[in-house]
Ligand binder design. Structure first.
Ligand SMILES: [Fe+2]
Ligand SMILES: [Fe+2]
Length: 310
């Protein structure tokens, strides 16, 4: 990648939304999902491989290695995600009054309108979704888990509706309380107006200690939005996976346990189980969308009505 300076559109610093996810993979190198859950000696091998990767990579400075566009993306995200901003987006979107469409239809809608292809890969959004679902299926996980893999990123239609990239993707974090120093590019929070509000600068801020994440406002993005769109139709484990899959400060860095209740701590095992499939399901093999469609249409119909509110 050349670092040639280009004018940065403040709504669209990333060349492709996927570049945020590419950066996540650099930060969290892990074994392929196919290796997860293999029993016996193989599991030990996976474990030691994991440790090795962690040891050899923990001294790398991801922040220095990040593309300038990714840094700019985080700068905007951390400066603009205030409690007030999040509350306004919740009011704007969580009435779910935009359209009624089916789940596969939403996938096609995202696919045709996202003019955002990553030059490094040829995969469309649908193919990405199918790859995640297929990896989960190949690992022998239940149907609701496969479905969760298929749909977990559909909240990115916020981008289609003109939302800035920093309010669609990015690691999520609580607002209205102190920003953990385990959030990547933590220093960019200096420019966030909430940093000047003393009430928001205590560990729990406006929230109850261990009052549960459901009472906590996370930075606004595709996770929270899709959680609200789909929560009536999916098991609780799936709801957690969807709602918190970008909450890296919690599920990978173990921050914010002081806001979580017992149920959250239990359910985060599922968020962590899901994460490798989210990060590492990208293979070079293009899934055959037409061939897979009947299987996934049936799976969607098992859980969702024909159309749901977006
Ligand atoms: Fe996502
Ligand atoms: Fe994802």
């Amino acid at each position: 990648m050349s670092g040639a300076a280009k004018p940065v559109d403040s709504n669209k610093p990333l060349q492709a939304l996927d570049h945020w996810e590419e950066f996540l993979k650099e930060r969290y190198p892990e074994p392929e999902p196919e290796l997860v859950g293999i029993s016996g000696g193989a599991e030990e091998d996976v474990q030691s491989e994991k440790e090795w990767k962690r040891e050899t990579t923990q001294f790398r400075d991801y922040r220095a290695e990040a593309r300038p566009s990714v840094k700019e993306f985080y700068r905007l995200n951390h400066a603009n995600q205030t409690l007030e901003f999040v509350l306004s987006k919740r009011r704007e979107f969580l009435g779910l009054n935009r359209r009624r469409m089916g789940v596969w239809e939403a996938m096609e809608y995202l696919n045709t309108l996202v003019d955002d292809s990553d030059p490094d890969t040829d995969l469309s959004q649908i193919e990405h979704n199918l790859q995640t679902a297929e990896a989960i299926r190949a690992a022998g996980h239940p149907r609701w888990f496969q479905l969760t893999g298929l749909i977990h990123d559909l909240g990115k239609i916020l981008w289609v509706w003109g939302e800035p990239q920093w309010a669609v993707v990015g690691d999520t974090f609580p607002v209205g309380c102190a920003f953990s120093d385990r959030i990547v590019f933590h220093e960019f929070f200096a420019a966030n107006p909430d940093s000047q509000v003393p009430q928001y600068q205590t560990p729990c801020g406006v929230y109850e200690p261990n009052g549960g994440l459901d009472q906590v406002n996370l930075s606004w993005g595709h996770d929270e939005y899709l959680y609200h769109v789909t929560r009536d139709y999916l098991p609780e484990e799936a709801q957690y996976m969807i709602r918190y899959h970008s909450f890296y400060p919690a599920h990978r860095e173990n921050a914010y346990t002081h806001l979580m209740n017992g149920r959250d701590l239990e359910m985060f095992a599922w968020v962590r189980r899901f994460n490798p499939f989210d990060l590492y399901s990208k293979s070079d093999q293009k899934p055959d969308a037409e061939k897979l469609k009947p299987y996934y249409m049936e799976l969607i119909a098992e859980f969702f009505p024909e159309r749901i509110r977006w």
